[in-house]
Design a protein around this ligand. Sequence first.
Ligand SMILES: Cc1cc2nc3c(=O)[nH]c(=O)nc-3n(C[C@H](O)[C@H](O)[C@H](O)COP(=O)(O)OP(=O)(O)OC[C@H]3O[C@@H](n4cnc5c(N)ncnc54)[C@H](O)[C@@H]3O)c2cc1C
Length: 430
Amino acid sequence: MSFTRRNILQMVPAAAAMSLTPRGFAADTHHVVVVGGGFAGSTVAKYLRMWSNGGIAVTLVEPNTTHISCIMSNLVLNGQLKLPDLSFDYAALQSKYGVKVVKDRAQYIDGENQILQLESLEKISYDSLVVATGIQFDNIEGLDSRLTPHAWIAGKQTNLLRDQIGAMPNNGTFVMTIPEKPYRCPPGPYERACLVADILGRRSGVLQGTASPGDTPTVVVLDANDGIQAEKHTFERAFKELYGDIVEYIPNAHVTSVDSEDRVVHTSVGSWSGDVLNVIPRHGAPQLLVDSGITGVSRWAPVNPVTYGVLTAGFPGVYVIGDSQGTGQPKSGHMANAQAKVCADAIVRIAGGLSAETEERLDNITTNSACFSPITSDEASWLTAVFKYNRDSGKMGLVPGSLGESHNWNSENYQDMFAWSENLFADTFK
Ligand SMILES: Cc1cc2nc3c(=O)[nH]c(=O)nc-3n(C[C@H](O)[C@H](O)[C@H](O)COP(=O)(O)OP(=O)(O)OC[C@H]3O[C@@H](n4cnc5c(N)ncnc54)[C@H](O)[C@@H]3O)c2cc1C
């Protein structure tokens, strides 16, 4: 299987066609509680209602009234987008699909009694519970995220980072760190490095060849991994050919501590100071999954990719999708949307008294991922991959030949990036 840009644009709705769900539910006999209204949670809530013909009652628990998309949020840094452009409320989920939305934060899962406890101390019982809470960050000694934003969960931190970059001097230094894999959006940090180099390089005149002597900015990229994690060839070329005077890339740099006041990052291979620090800490599954005992000794929730049901004993009817799950598939919003459909399909079947493990279904479980990366202010690259369930290993494996990438950046990809993201946003939230 090989991929083109056009295939990617069509991938999101195509994934929806996989469901062959039973019909004829007695109204509201099965109650699914979904925790988290991001890419995974909103998609699963919508498709559970659609594919059960409204027969499954769905309650979505989410503390925010809008979800701010991380996807495209690097374009807030250069002013091309604003947070409202990337903000999605839950009005369509409620009015169009009949999802009940509860504004609260989930605190604890009582797996034995099938009860979810909320921060408000309210308790909700469920037949099925889908946890889609994204990521949380490890603590780093000395890191104060009010001074040193990660901007890796979009929101106020994204604006703070934009403003800090805006206030940098022409010859300033931007220091960013990339956490150990797996982290959210494999090409995302390298894309950010390119965009920041583009902003600073244009402002100082370095990219136009008009900079005054001594006015060259620096973008230091401290990567905890042993090399570039996605679109290696593309980013290596961009760092060298476009931003060779600006970007300094250092692999195997593990952050040990941060001095946020004095703006210094200490790593296993040395210390760097900058005008702006963008430290992205290592990720793991959120506290709800840790405190409830689902992650156990793992960093991510162990699940069966046939249903996304939790493998930890004592949690019947509990599923984990999106960035929190630990199947090894890339952590992306496109992938979260695809996993949500596999999970919704499984729950609809199980609630309807059918098996989610028929021969036909096991042979057809696929998910896919796509990322477009802006490399300059008007050119982008893209990356895509398809995963398929392997019955021998019980795991999701990369479909041979499906790992596609543009190997280049251009303005046509840049335009397609907006079409692809609009498609994904609509399929998830509208
Ligand atoms: C800069 C950047 C660029 C990216 N670009 C791309 C891209 O081009 N393509 C792509 O596919 N992906 C991209 N991603 C990755 C993508 O954003 C994530 O993989 C995706 O958001 C994961 O979806 P999720 O539903 O698992 O988590 P999220 O989207 O983070 O949603 C989690 C939700 O859970 C809620 N929540 C958390 N805890 C609780 C709780 N205890 N109770 C109730 N609710 C809770 C949160 O409020 C949030 O709404 C990018 C990420 C970044 C940072």
